[in-house]
Ligand binder design. Sequence first.
Ligand code: NAP
Ligand code: F7E
Length: 383
Amino acid sequence: MSKTALITGITGQDGAYLSEFLIKKGYTVHGIKRRASLFNTDRIDHLYQDPHLDNRNLILHYGDMTDSMNLTRIISEIQPDEIYNLAAQSHVKVSFDTPEYTANVDGLGTLRILEAVRLLGLTQKTRIYQASTSELYGLVQEVPQRETTPFYPRSPYAVAKMYAYWITVNYREAYNMFACNGILFNHESPLRGETFVTRKVTRALSRIALGIQKEVYMGNLSSRRDWGHAKDYIKAMYLILQQDAPDDYVIATGVTTTIRDFIAKAFAEIGVKLDFTGKGADETGVIAAVDAAIFSEKVGESYLAAFKQRIGEKVVKVDPQYFRPTEVELLIGDASKSRSRLGWEPKYDLDALIADMMASDIKTMKKEAYLKDGGYRILNYFE
Ligand code: NAP
Ligand code: F7E
């Protein structure tokens, strides 16, 4: 008998990779999708199946984390073996603008799922994964951070996720439910939302290299993150729910890097040397040199001459509007428990992650430029 999984947040970065992974494992995957005025299923369109087909393995349901009755009905109809609760207002900076909504979706939304499973009498059948986060560590109390490190959340997002973390633990202890937290550190990919820092950088640098963007404005360049690849991290979600007993796990690479170094590395991936000068809001990133062979191979020879003209230009600048009222300055995780108990091991390091994201964005941005220029760059697009 194939297993049935329900994924909230199926249209997001992790939801897309996890759906594909579970379908390959033979699961029937159900996903909850918000109603939107435009299609927002780009990340899972390759998995979509016509509703008129028999034996579909991907089934979408309209729903929302703020609607208890809707969630309860869907869970009652599906009777899932596993629920992956990935839906969230997941942007930290946006949570300062929408704190109540973030608390409702990210905090109470988790309670709604747990309570639906309990009220429907599914506590012994349905295993629940809760998408917890390294943001819980916030103003870090220990370096590196592990499962026992005390939390100190620094944003409405993190505070909402702290409620979700503890209500998951509480339902596990109170009702003997198989409910687990994956405390995942930042994970990125070509599918990452465009306003998170890594994707903002790989998109912008690709466009700058292709000559379709002048510069990019960033926030705090000195904060440090422990970045992994989403493809590795969704495997950990699955493993967490396959254990004999429910528990909470940190998932991280154990390597931390500043935003500044991420930008320099992303440019280096396409043969561009970027030097940073100045401090605080006056800091800038200046194109110092270009390696013609690497640039030609990764971007395209026909873009090289124009790009060389830009040596000496300031292409990275700081705009304080991207600073956060309270910042998380340093994250670095210790995933020893996951490595030893789950046998989890990431395949991608930071360089491989950056190479994947840059290659994808160069390709996408070439296509965008081609469509915008009405064919002007047709040769470059097909090269
Ligand atoms: P994401 O790309 O922002 O996806 C979030 C998903 O939640 C989207 O499908 C979104 O739908 C959905 N959603 C938002 N509000 C909703 C609502 N009110 N009702 C129903 N669905 C709603 O996030 P992600 O990067 O895949 O992350 C997945 C989960 O892991 C999130 O809970 C996030 O907070 C957590 N997390 C992420 C990271 C990371 O580094 N990526 C690290 C730790 C924890 P739309 O497509 O309609 O917007
Ligand atoms: O910021 C700094 C920013 O928005 C990372 C979410 O998936 O991971 C994510 O949260 C850092 C911060 O991710 C810009 O100040 C500088 O220090 O990519 P981010 P995040 O806040 O770490 C955690 C684990 C989650 O759980 C969340 O759901 O980069 N930064 N300049 C910038 N950040 C953004 N977004 N844009 C900038 O221009």
